[in-house]
Design a protein around this ligand. Structure first.
Ligand SMILES: Nc1nc2c(ncn2[C@@H]2O[C@H](COP(=O)(O)OP(=O)(O)OP(=O)(O)O)[C@@H](O)[C@H]2O)c(=O)[nH]1
Ligand SMILES: [Mg+2]
Length: 401
């Protein structure tokens, strides 16, 4: 919610004619895009080397530059507005994680992004990516800006390494995609990877890296050849990591024909850049909206809350207190030899809602049951989607526990 407020607040500080296509570009807008700065004053600022909002925001309030035909108190006001825009943009950017997809051409980078966005049909007729394709995407509501770096040799050699600060800087995460079936190109891919790390080191950026061993399709995965390929890939990439010790990487194998492998890889990747409870909350928010509920929470038998999503504090308390009491009751029932129920329900007919707990899975070696608790006016909707939740989402949540 605060994310949209940021955008709204920034828009209010800019002239209505300014359209914002990319957040990062706001700070590069000319000073006179700020509301109240006329064109002539804007030009005077530019003459003094203040070319954009970012430059204006860098001025200190205590000791701003002097411009003859602009009153100091007016200039001060503009500097303060620029500082505010700068702050809001940076807050916003911080929330959106920059994800870089790198790897040779035909590796499957664009296909992976399409799967994450559930665009299955387009994966069949994808063309090679020309240059860099930037896109906003959403992983259960988790905001990400993906930079899909087309892997054809012309871009690799002529673009990225010439301007690494543009392409490689400020990445929160890198997915480096290797085609596990393309044996002839493992060395070429490892070599590209080495160049990428070298460039990153030169600009002093060290984002976490996931090496995606892609096209690990179900049938191929069973073959001896595939296992051999994976070993070769790991050997070659480990050798690169051993040269650049300041980087760490993980390996994941994926296939577009098994969406869950992509989701798991993505979850593992996100785990390295974000607070895991934040990710669980996004997943629950997405699910709660799908089933038109008012709130959900994931709680273990002993009352450990793994994550929750509610629209109001009262609903939050209502779910948690009810869940704790029902779970305590269920623990008592078990202690006297009854079987633990998979579903626990408490109806509030006069208030028109139900609180319901559904056992999701058992956690750790101690097999501690974990329940999904729902507060809803339409609890029957849960049954329409609970299989989806169990299949698609609980493995992801499991990863974060
Ligand atoms: N067998 C198999 N094929 C895949 C998989 N993922 C992608 N492909 C295919 O690989 C080809 C290349 O996929 P893209 O996603 O365009 O590859 P890219 O890495 O974006 O390539 P560039 O844009 O040139 O860098 C397409 O024909 C895809 O259908 C996979 O998991 N298994
Ligand atoms: Mg592509």
């Amino acid at each position: 919610m605060s994310k949209n407020n940021n955008i709204k607040n920034i828009k209010e500080l800019l002239k209505s004619s300014v359209s914002i296509k990319d957040f990062k570009e706001i700070l590069k807008l000319k000073p006179d895009t700020i509301i109240g700065i006329d064109r002539i004053s804007g030009e005077m600022l530019i003459e003094k080397g203040i070319n954009n909002i970012e430059d204006l925001a860098k001025q200190t309030v205590e000791n701003p530059i002097e411009i003859k035909r602009i009153l100091p108190q007016v200039l001060l006001k503009w500097i303060k507005i620029a500082k505010l825009i700068d702050k809001l943009v940076n807050q916003q950017l911080k929330k959106e994680k920059k994800l870089l997809l790198i790897g040779l051409d035909n590796g499957g980078k664009t296909s992976i992004l399409a799967i994450i966005q559930e665009r299955f049909s387009i994966t069949k007729d994808l063309l090679p990516t020309r240059g860099v394709k930037r896109e906003k995407l959403d992983f259960f509501g988790f905001p990400i800006i993906s930079w899909d770096l087309g892997g054809q040799v012309v871009y690799r050699e002529k673009m990225y390494f010439n301007r690494p600060e543009i392409f490689f800087s400020e990445a929160d995460l890198i997915l480096y995609v290797v085609d596990s079936q393309d044996t002839d190109r493992f060395a070429e891919s490892a070599n590209y990877f080495r160049q990428v790390l070298k460039s990153l080191e030169e600009i002093d950026e060290h984002p976490p890296i996931v090496i995606v061993i892609h096209k690990s399709d179900e049938d191929t995965r069973k073959t001896h050849q595939w296992q051999k390929n994976v070993d070769t890939i790991k050997n070659k990439f480990d050798a690169v990591f051993s040269i650049f010790k300041s980087f760490t990487g993980k390996y994941c194998d994926t296939s577009i024909f098994q969406k869950e492998t992509i989701m798991q890889m993505f979850s593992i990747a996100l785990k390295s850049v974000s607070d895991t409870s934040e990710i669980i909350e996004h997943i629950l928010e997405d699910f709660t909206e799908k089933i038109e509920g008012k709130g959900t929470s994931i709680i273990s038998r002993e009352g450990l809350i793994f994550g929750s999503y509610t629209q109001s504090k009262t609903d939050d308390k209502l779910i948690h207190n009810t869940a704790l009491i029902l779970q305590t009751l269920s623990n008592f029932h078990c202690s006297i030899g009854l079987k633990r129920e998979n579903t626990m329900t408490l109806d509030f007919p006069m208030n028109g809602f139900t609180i319901q707990g559904e056992k999701l899975f058992e956690y750790s070696d101690l097999q501690i049951p974990v329940y999904l608790w729902l507060l809803s006016e339409k609890p029957e909707k849960l049954y329409e989607k609970i299989d989806y939740f169990k299949e698609q989402i609980s493995p992801l949540i499991n990863l974060f526990l």
